[in-house]
Design a binder for this molecule. Structure first.
Ligand code: MN
Length: 716
């Protein structure tokens, strides 16, 4: 195990400014916290964080990263708390340790890796500071190095698969090819030990046979090109066992055919030289058929450009060669990021993901001043997404701001339609709660539930919105239908006829509808009056019609006073934007006696029974409807009441008005001065109140104020 002073010396060797004191304290803190804990290997547990810190030091990271490496398991596995860490090491370290701890919990939850791509995104989204991810990768690397000590074979396989599907690709994506190769190789040896062994044996055999083949091939290629006047940079390497294996799988090649184990890259000045190089190689060496690809004339979708070919090259070795300009090389390296963005189906832009990747590569390669860069590096590419789990461990990527209702609809439309609540991380939370990365969300459903129009105000996904709106439309149609039916029944009764559906069926063409229900809906919407329909069936107007019209106003008022519920149109759950509207002239409030007026194309408008506007409908009795407030109304629902106030034109009188309304829990939503004279202001005030009783209380209180001259409810 690396000792305290060795670690400090290693860090100081590349970063003389490193916070030596913090490193020492973290070493001791972690040592004490892990105490007598043991690893599966039998080693003291503390050896693990020390090794992780060592790996991070090998990557030449800043002291905060190394300190985090030392502390990364203390919160999850020991009695130490985040508060303690914050006290001893400050908020930055606490934040980093917290990030790594959270990532480890995600890992425990996952179990399955079939949603690998989503998990990779989740991990990235959760590592808001790139150092969190770097520590996590170092942690994973050491765990993989010691994986063989774990006795449970199934657990070993799971960890190896997770490494292969999540962490190795992540390392690659942030440009850490070395880390990626190591993780892949370790996972490969757990998942397919025999295959790996035989590939390694084959490689060893070929190497022994060939000596330092790679350098000899490089030298010869350079030489051949130079003879033809091309000044080129040639690099080459032996492929990793895992990449060879993958190629064998992909191309379904047998082991005996495993000969192109070396890959070479030729970098030249310009495009002409690329083709010139290709010409030279193809004329000097036998070409392997079917391997030539021209990604210069036809770049890959991620802008990758290069010529690819394979030849039986120097020493009769089958080799792969990539030819490109230095500029193409740079794009190819950044192509990792380009592909990243491309794969998410988002537009490729010169966004921050390019910049940080370029900078990260620079830092890791040149190792100068890691702090200033790492300090400010945030992974921001998934800031518009949020990732959540179901209790089964299924992962869902949702737009930021998504709520449990969005998740419910993402799982299944039916679950969305019937959701009544949500447990977020085990606690029952409101449906409008915005989900956070890594939340575990259990949707509570009930067969009795239907989508609520209020959901439309907070859902963010198109799927949820479309379903909710469709449901509202269906429900709205049902309401129009019920309303139309009751309008017709009433109109027929008033004119002394009976409503028979059979008879109605005959006049459907007159109203350009096909079904009787459609006619009801049309009447409910106010497209036709009940009177129109009666006339269609009974063309001769009865003589007493006029009298009925005149009587209707007083009659309606009388009936409303009696509060006869039998005649009331069922008003279910006053849904905004539906068949019911509240008149702007009289602002009816729960508790007011009301009457409904059917308006063409709008449905029903509710007026107070004493509204002056009602006189306009005196000669259209079929448009009048008896309505009553639903007694079991929602107490949380508020309504706008309008009052007309006259106050003295003096300092403080307006203040007194608003104060009184406020102290009586009235919320002013609009205020308009309609008249002003030397001595008085006349003001219209709209107030959000519960019901008419609430408004009456406010009016009474206002009347008691000396600076207020008169207060009346506005009527039409
Ligand atoms: Mn660990």
């Amino acid at each position: 195990m690396m000792r305290q002073f060795e670690l400090v010396e290693r860090v100081k060797a590349y970063d003389p400014e490193a916070d030596e004191d913090a490193l020492n304290r973290a070493y001791v803190f972690s040592l004490k916290a892990h105490g007598k804990q043991k690893r599966a290997s039998g080693d003291p547990y503390f050896s693990h964080p020390v090794e992780v810190a060592g790996i991070l030091a090998g990557m030449k990271l800043d002291s905060s990263s190394i300190v985090t490496g030392l502390l990364h398991d203390t919160v999850e596995d020991t009695v130490a708390t985040l508060d303690q860490i914050e006290k001893v090491f400050g908020p930055e370290i606490a934040r980093l340790v917290d990030g790594v701890t959270k990532l480890s919990r995600v890992e425990l939850q996952s179990g399955q890796t079939k949603q690998a791509e989503n998990f990779r995104k989740l991990v990235l989204a959760m590592s808001e500071d790139i150092r969190v991810l770097l520590v996590k990768l170092a942690d994973r690397l050491h765990n993989m190095r010691t994986l063989h000590f774990i006795k449970d074979a199934e657990k070993r396989q799971r960890i190896a698969r997770e490494t292969m599907e999540i962490y190795a690709p992540l390392a690659e994506r942030i440009g850490m090819h070395e880390m990626k190769d190591q993780l892949e190789d370790l996972a490969f040896s757990e998942l397919h030990p025999e295959a790996r062994q035989s590939i390694i044996a084959r490689l060893a055999f070929l190497r022994e046979k060939g000596g330092d083949l790679v350098s000899r091939v490089i030298a010869e290629l350079k030489d051949v090109l130079k003879q033809h006047g091309v000044e080129a940079q040639v690099t080459g390497r032996e492929k990793s066992p895992y990449s060879i294996w993958r190629k064998m799988q992909r191309k379904n090649v047998g082991f005996e055919q495993l000969s192109d184990i070396m890959a070479f890259r030729v970098a030249v000045e310009n495009v002409e030289q690329c083709y010139q190089t290709l010409g030279v190689l193809h004329s000097q060496y036998p070409v392997v058929p079917g391997r030539f690809k021209d990604y210069i004339s036809t770049p890959k979708p991620n802008q990758y450009r290069s010529l690819h070919t394979a030849v039986i090259g120097p020493e009769r070795q089958r080799i792969e060669i990539q030819i490109r300009t230095r500029e193409m090389h740079e794009v190819a390296e950044l192509g990792v990021a380009a592909h990243w963005s491309y794969a998410q189906g988002r537009p490729k832009t010169e966004g921050p993901q390019y910049r940080w990747l370029r900078e990260l590569l620079d830092i890791l390669e040149h190792a100068s001043g890691p702090e200033e860069f790492l300090e400010h590096t945030r992974l921001e590419m998934f800031h518009d997404q949020v990732f959540c789990f179901t209790p089964k461990g299924d992962l869902f990527a949702l737009p930021r701001g998504a709520t449990p209702v969005d998740l419910a609809y993402a799982i299944h439309s039916e679950i969305g339609d019937t959701c009544v609540g949500a447990k977020i991380n085990g606690r029952l939370m409101p449906l409008r709660t915005q989900l956070q990365n890594g939340d575990q969300v259990e949707i509570v459903t009930s067969k009795a539930q239907t989508p609520s129009p209020t959901w439309d105000q907070f859902v963010v996904t198109g799927k949820a919105r479309a379903r909710i709106r469709r449901f509202i439309r269906t429900q709205q149609r049902q309401q129009y239908l019920d309303l139309g039916k009751s309008i017709l029944q009433k109109a027929f009764r008033q004119e002394g006829h009976e409503l028979r559906e059979k008879a109605l069926a005959e006049v459907l063409p007159k109203f350009a509808v096909e079904e009787i229900d459609d006619l009801y809906v049309a009447v409910g919407e106010g497209l036709h009056t009940g009177h129109d329909v009666v006339r269609a069936l009974h063309p001769a107007p009865p003589s007493e019609e006029k009298r009925a019209k005149v009587a209707s106003l007083t009659e309606a008022r009388k009936r409303s006073k009696a509060k006869g519920a039998d005649m009331a149109v069922p008003i279910r759950g006053l849904i905004p934007g539906m068949a019911l509207h509240f008149a702007g002239c009289c602002h009816p409030l729960p508790g007011d006696r009301i009457v409904g007026i059917v308006t063409t194309g709008k449905g029903v408008t509710i007026h107070t029974i004493d509204c002056e506007t009602l006189e306009n409908y005196a000669d259209t009795p079929e448009r009048w409807l008896d309505v009553a407030w639903n007694v079991r109304g929602d107490p949380a629902e508020t309504h706008i009441g309008r009052i007309n106030v006259i106050i003295g034109n003096e300092p403080g009188s307006l203040g007194a008005l608003t104060t009184i309304i406020g102290t009586h829990a009235g919320n002013i939503t609009n205020l308009k001065i309609t008249n002003r004279s030397q001595d008085f202001f006349e003001i219209l005030v709209d107030i959000e109140v519960q019901d008419v009783k609430h408004l009456s209380t406010i009016i009474a209180a206002l009347r008691a104020a000396p600076s207020i001259n008169s207060v009346e409810r506005a009527r039409g």
